[in-house]
Design a protein around this ligand. Structure first.
Ligand code: TYM
Length: 329
């Protein structure tokens, strides 16, 4: 049986990007593999949450994992900071990660550009911590969206480097778990780029109907097609992409035809899209809110998950320490 690991950073609630990029296939994965689902709370520290926000976000993601139908009996569902073996492996992997290659990753270069006053070392070594998350369970597969492709490639590189350096065949090279489909990039509502957590760009699985309508109605559009079959601009393509995820194929085709004939009214398209998103999100939201109120259950799940994760992690770390050469006198 293969080992599968899935991680989500605890910086707020899950959005449709997380859902369609990774979470959608959780149940299937859980049935077919030895699965680890965790909440990356150390990773969230690069953005300096307050202590309350840190705790609340971890709680939300845990409730969201469970609302997706994850079963704590079948999988290990845990919080990264409950597993001290992860930061230890991170330390060891850091010795074989080169500053040059870390500086060249797209996500790091983005941060240097967007927040030049806070280029902290945690951002630079973010992919190393992620590799530690993955390698600590000797994972074979990791479900990721397109945005995490490069980080996963780094994890492969570090696994290979370790094996090569110590002449062992210890770490598997983790591959994307993509169910035979291309990796997905769910676009945001602000016209360009991926759906994320910035205000107005993403729809969260806990959003209420009113805020979904508001966000969709405010989504960026263009001035409309001027001649039949004119090319579709990025903001409009993004709306079509989201629509193809939540609406019936007939609905998507209907608006595509309207676009092609220059008869499209973006207001109508957005109204339809908002209703289809609401239909999709509402039942998930109810489950999340239910579970989030059950603190006792969440505590039990996290404890049970940490125990399972540590059993596997401590074995890996023991092996790794031995391979590296740490020995008792
Ligand atoms: P995070 O928390 O940003 O996203 C969690 C998962 O959702 C996917 N995703 C998307 N997929 C498609 N379109 C989008 N717009 C979109 N936004 C997010 C991500 O690809 C990811 O699969 N660094 C990771 C968390 C992490 C991790 C790990 C993941 C830490 N350690 C180890 C896997 C393995 C992150 O920030 O993902």
């Amino acid at each position: 049986m293969e080992t599968v690991l899935s991680g989500i950073r605890s910086t707020g609630n899950l959005h449709l990007g997380n859902y369609f990029g990774a979470v959608k296939n959780f149940i299937k994965m859980q049935e077919e593999n030895n699965c680890y689902f965790f909440i990356a709370d150390y990773h969230s520290l690069t953005t300096y949450p307050t202590p309350e926000d840190l705790h609340n976000s971890v709680k939300s993601v845990l409730a969201e994992y469970l609302a997706m139908g994850l079963d704590p009996e079948k999988s290990a569902i845990y919080v990264q900071s409950d597993v001290p073996e992860i930061p230890e492996l991170y330390l060891l992997l850091n010795m074989n990660a080169y500053v040059g290659e870390l500086e060249r990753t797209t996500s790091f270069k983005d941060k240097v550009r967007t927040q030049p006053n806070n280029v902290n070392a945690g951002l630079l070594t973010y992919p190393v911590l992620m590799a530690a998350d993955i390698l600590i369970h000797k994972s074979h597969k990791v479900p990721v969206g397109k945005d995490q492709e490069q980080n996963l490639e780094m994890a492969r590189k570090f696994a290979k480097r370790f094996n090569h350096m110590y002449k062992v065949d210890y770490f598997p090279e983790p591959q994307p778990y993509n169910f035979g489909e291309d990796l997905v990039k769910v676009p945001g509502l602000d016209g360009t780029g991926k759906m994320g957590k910035t205000a107005g760009n993403g729809i969260f699985l806990v959003d209420d109907d009113k805020s979904i309508r508001k966000k969709v109605m405010r989504a960026v559009t263009d001035s409309g097609p001027t001649e039949p079959n004119s090319p579709v601009s990025e903001p409009i393509q993004n709306l079509f992409t989201i629509m193809s995820l939540v609406s019936a194929p007939d609905t998507v085709n209907f608006f595509k035809e309207k676009y092609a004939n220059c008869e499209i009214r973006y207001g109508d398209m957005k109204k339809q899209l908002a209703e289809d998103i609401i239909n999709f999100v509402a039942p998930i939201r109810e489950k999340i809110l239910d579970i989030k109120n059950n603190n006792e259950y969440l505590r039990k799940v996290a404890e049970q998950g940490a125990e399972k994760a540590r059993a596997s992690a401590s074995q890996t770390l023991k092996d790794v320490r031995k391979i590296i050469g740490f020995r008792k006198f």
